[in-house]
Design a protein around this ligand. Structure first.
Ligand SMILES: Nc1nc2c(ncn2[C@@H]2O[C@H](COP(=O)(O)OP(=O)(O)OP(=O)(O)O)[C@@H](O)[C@H]2O)c(=O)[nH]1
Ligand SMILES: [Mg+2]
Length: 289
């Protein structure tokens, strides 16, 4: 092949809440995938594209893999595994504050069986002492044989540059798939909906956020630098409406302000965001695109 460019898909896989989306955003230096303290934040595959020098790396963020019970959970886990169909490289992320238990080891084993280039990331090292890290590395080497292990703090951007270099070395030679200025395969509308969902996860507790769906009712480009966005937030029960509103509407106000700020910084435009809470008993999760 004559091409001097490189291009490859890199799937980021791991248990829920290990920091996959934080890592994806750190690698492309842009908030594309939402991050919360709750499990099962990411619901679908999200691509973030890093095009630099002669390499194009297409990172795929995925839902966390766990033992699913409900139908909805099965769909999440299936979505994560599907990313391996495309992947040239897999980044397996483990939360270094946690021991390497059977759940992680069997997932790592299953991933290793795919014969795709594998990089193991121990994330959240800002919270862990050296001795624990050395123990984890030992367990991974002895029980799995994986030797390419990176120590990372995605939150503090520690070790991320070295990880990107390693990934660039491992992707194949080939033409770029996306043009240079494209940073994701997800539409602006969906990203804006996701930012609102992130704030709801932060401010509303227990199971309620998981049943909420956000849809854009209207997206009106008022001028080159100003956009007006109307989003519907569908809840499945009347009392969820009240919880989301909060006392004197304070909660939804906070959600709206914080989501708007994120959307503004993503679009690099002034945003007028209007949120409407609506009841829809049979909510379904539509895929984002
Ligand atoms: N201290 C610390 N916290 C981190 C780091 N990376 C992620 N986190 C936190 O871990 C939590 C989960 O992060 P996410 O990026 O949403 O994790 P995820 O693996 O994408 O989670 P799911 O999408 O639910 O599977 C958030 O509260 C992050 O702020 C890190 O390097 N250090
Ligand atoms: Mg995630």
């Amino acid at each position: 092949m004559k091409s001097s460019t490189k291009c490859g898909y890199v799937a980021i896989i791991g248990l829920p809440n290990v920091g996959k989306s934080t890592l994806l955003n750190a690698m492309v230096l842009k908030k594309i995938s939402i991050v919360t303290h709750k499990v099962q934040t990411t619901r679908t595959q999200i691509q973030a594209i890093l095009s630099k020098d002669c390499s194009q790396v297409i990172f795929i963020d995925t839902p966390g893999i766990f033992q699913p019970r409900k139908q909805k959970e099965k769909a999440l886990v299936r979505e994560a595994w599907k990313s391996l169909d495309l992947a040239d490289v897999i980044i397996f992320v483990h939360d270094a504050t946690k021991d390497m238990k059977e759940e992680s080891l069997s997932l790592l084993r299953e991933i290793s069986d795919n014969k795709i280039e594998l990089i193991v990331v121990l994330n959240k090292i800002d919270l862990v002492d050296k001795e624990k890290l050395l123990n984890l590395i030992d367990v991974i080497k002895v029980k799995n044989g994986a030797s390419n292990i990176h120590l990372i703090s995605a939150l503090k951007y520690d070790g991320v540059v070295g990880l990107i270099d390693d990934v660039k070395n491992k992707i194949p030679i080939g033409e770029w798939i996306y043009s240079k200025e494209i940073s994701t395969n997800i539409s602006d509308r969906s990203i804006a909906e996701e930012f609102t969902r992130e704030k709801i996860y932060q401010y509303v507790h227990k199971e309620i956020p998981y049943s909420i769906i956000i849809e854009t009712e209207n997206w009106n480009e008022k001028s080159k630098n100003v956009v007006q966005i109307h989003q519907n937030i569908y809840v499945t029960a009347n009392n969820h409406k009240k919880i989301l509103l909060g006392k004197n509407g304070e909660k939804i106000k906070k959600i709206s302000i914080e989501s708007r700020l994120d959307i503004e910084s993503y679009l690099n435009k002034k945003v007028h965001l209007f949120l409407y809470i609506k009841l829809r008993k049979n909510n379904y999760i539509s895929s984002i695109s």
